[in-house]
Design a protein around this ligand. Structure first.
Ligand SMILES: [Zn+2]
Length: 252
């Protein structure tokens, strides 16, 4: 799940705000017995985190690479028809429904106000997102490949591999181009496009039309020039990059 999906999740989970947890289950090793009888004060996203705030503490879910969630309210699924049959990491049951969290890391934050501990100026989906700060962070790392920087959660919290590949294609930057080998104006274009595409991702995902709007991620032909799309692991992060070898020339 990437940032826009977490923002959508937090919106979908609004019916649980103010509700009390009845029972908790799942294969997580955290001290689950702390949660029953606690009331949900707020649910908010940050980057790839989803935080459920209770009175005395918060529960932080980090969705990592393959995390997912399902939720049901008054017997209606909020999250589509697909149902996972395996045991969730954590399941919270309420009188009006349930939340199941899969393939994620869950952790307690010992605070009455977890929101205050997050820097929303680096969250690509936040209204507080600060593009100038991202520019300063990027330019302080001249030797780093741009695809790696886009996945840096200290700079672009919420950006995952789909957003990375789509944005690089849109601005015609090769994933292995280093910051020092591009221009300040190109970097600014990259930052602006990352924000713009993330907001579009949210809009499309909400109406189940994300896949339809992807141009390079998991495609075989570049829709701009017709060249065969390349897929290879790049950078220190060793994540798959999908790019067009004609539109995205590596600058050295
Ligand atoms: Zn192309």
């Amino acid at each position: 799940m990437e940032g826009p999906s977490l923002y959508l999740a937090a919106n979908q989970l609004k019916p649980f705000r103010g509700k009390t947890v009845l029972t908790v289950s799942g294969n997580s090793k955290i001290e689950k017995e702390r949660i029953p009888n606690k009331k949900v004060k707020a649910i908010f996203p940050w980057g790839k985190h989803l935080v459920i705030q209770f009175d005395e503490f918060a529960l932080r879910t980090h969705f990592l690479l393959f995390g997912a969630f399902e939720a049901t309210v008054n017997d209606s699924p909020l999250t589509g028809d697909y149902r996972r049959s395996y045991t969730p990491r954590l399941q919270l049951d309420f009188e009006n429904g349930s939340i199941k969290l899969f393939n994620c890391s869950v952790k307690f934050l010992e605070t009455r106000n977890a929101k205050a501990s997050y820097d929303f100026t680096i969250d690509i989906m936040s209204s507080k997102w600060d593009p100038d700060k991202a520019f300063d962070s990027i330019t302080s790392k001249p030797g780093v490949e741009i695809a790696d920087l886009l996945l840096d959660q200290e700079i672009f919290a919420g950006v995952g591999n789909i957003i990375k590949n789509e944005v690089l294609w849109r601005v015609r930057i090769h994933p292995q181009t280093k910051v020092a080998n591009t221009t300040p104006s190109k970097l600014k274009e990259l930052i602006a496009e990352t924000r713009k595409f993330s907001l579009l991702f949210y809009k499309w995902r909400k109406v189940f039309l994300l896949r339809k709007h992807l141009d390079i991620y998991q495609k075989s032909i570049c829709p701009r020039c017709g060249a065969k799309v390349k897929r290879e692991k790049t950078g220190k992060r060793n994540r798959i990059s999908h790019f067009c070898p004609v539109c995205q020339i590596k600058l050295e």
